[in-house]
Design a protein around this ligand. Structure first.
Ligand SMILES: Nc1nc2c(c(=O)[nH]1)N[C@H]1C(S)=C(S)[C@@H](COP(=O)(O)O)O[C@H]1N2
Ligand SMILES: [Mo]
Length: 391
């Protein structure tokens, strides 16, 4: 590689400025494997979340309401892998940042394109981690919609990641195994002279520190979706209070604290009707243990009691196999209206819940009645229900 002009041959541009194996390709490959695995897990689980929350028309009638804890599991993994990717991305960038001082900055058009694709990859991954992290805090200090941005940036990141893997395939292959483990058929490369000041354990120290950081982040936040880690859940933004579910949007925020005394649920259909709380309590009641699995990263179990949604629909003459629209009392808000595909509406565990853990719903949890369905993102578990109709 040519040396930079004399005036630049200092500091990080000095030839041989970075000689520690901590900045070497083997470290980059090991960290890249961990980070790549975390990012691909994020991508796959994020895609599931996106499809469950906003399915294209052809998919909606085939969404599975089972397993009951399916969405809780994939969303828990999404947030766990995303949080683990934060220290991993930091370590990976630290390992390769000496490349910023490479001379010349571009050896040709192809090399320039390759470097630009890495710039895009880094920008997309950092934007994903940043927006995802802030979403778990429900903090949106930006003018763009979170979900669409997070979704399309994910495709950008994965595309740039595939280009990166293809370009780097020879380096990845050469450093996939530890230097000592190279198969004997390949002549061992002549190791570059390492000055004695550089500890040979530099790489191991970086990897160990990264693993420790990932472990600490995971253990202190995974409790927001993994019940048996709840005791260690120090840093997750949301935890169930004493014996309760977290609340994302309170009744005060939604303007639904004062439910009119003459509240009636409207079920629209060929035999549509209005029914009050007393009428609903007079219908056969079902109890089901279903989690609220919030897209903002937490999930929690609860025991719900209420009327099967399918019973309410049949009474209105709405046939099985119908998708329904559920509208909240809330005057406005992104989750005021939900469309529920037929498999959920037909499921015997999908309830119009009146009780939570054996007590009538509190205003924050959706009094007088709310929807709960199995394997469904929390955002779609509509609270303060006013109207149900076939679509
Ligand atoms: N009408 C209405 N229903 C809603 C919401 C809302 O903003 N409005 N928030 C949803 C979200 S994001 C979640 S995670 C769950 C939380 O239910 P909980 O507050 O009872 O725990 O309610 C859902 N139901
Ligand atoms: Mo949520």
């Amino acid at each position: 590689m040519p040396a930079p002009p004399a005036a630049l041959r200092r500091g990080p541009f000095r030839p041989g400025a970075f000689r520690s194996p901590a900045h070497g390709p083997r470290t980059a490959v090991v960290l890249g494997r961990w980070l790549g695995a975390a990012l691909l897990l994020c991508f796959a689980t994020g895609l599931i979340s996106h499809l469950l929350q906003d399915p294209p028309g052809w998919l909606a009638p085939h969404l599975p309401p089972r397993p009951v804890n399916g969405y809780r599991t994939t969303q828990g993994l999404h947030v766990i892998a995303g949080l683990a990717a934060v220290p991993l991305a930091g370590a990976k960038l630290w390992t390769v940042y000496p490349r910023l001082f490479e001379w010349p900055p571009a050896r040709g058009v192809l090399h320039l394109l390759e470097r630009l694709s890495i710039a895009l990859l880094v920008a997309a991954v950092l934007l994903e981690l940043f927006t995802g992290l802030l979403n778990t805090l429900q903090w949106y200090p930006w003018p763009f919609p979170f979900r669409q941005t997070h979704y399309w940036t994910a495709w950008t990141a994965v595309g740039a990641l595939l280009v990166h893997l293809a370009v780097k395939a020879p380096v990845i292959a050469a450093h996939w195994r530890r230097a000592g483990a190279v198969p004997p058929s390949v002549p061992p490369p002549v190791p570059p002279p390492v000055p004695p000041s550089v500890p040979p354990s530099g790489r191991r120290a970086v990897l160990a520190a990264t693993a420790a950081a990932v472990g600490a982040v995971t253990l202190t936040t995974a409790g927001q979706s993994v019940p048996w880690l709840r005791a260690l859940d120090l840093f997750a933004p949301r935890r169930p209070g004493t014996g309760g579910l977290p609340v994302n949007r309170t009744a005060a925020q939604a303007g639904t604290t004062a439910v009119p005394a003459d509240w009636r649920l409207a079920v629209d259909g060929p035999a549509g009707y209005l029914i009050g709380l007393g009428g609903l309590r007079g219908l056969p009641q079902t109890t089901a243990d279903l989690p609220i699995a919030c897209v903002e990263g937490w999930s929690a179990d609860a025991r719900w009691t209420g009327v099967r949604l399918s019973d309410l629909l049949r009474r209105a003459g709405i046939p099985a196999g119908s998708a329904v629209r559920i509208t909240s009392l809330e005057a406005e808000g992104p989750y005021r209206v939900t469309e529920m595909p037929a498999p959920y509406a037909d499921d015997p565990l999908t309830l119009l819940a009146l009780d939570l853990d054996g007590r009538p719903l509190t205003p924050d949890h959706g009094f007088p009645a709310r929807i709960v369905a199995p394997n469904r993102p929390g955002v779609l578990q509509t609270k303060w229900v006013a109207r149900i109709e076939a679509v």
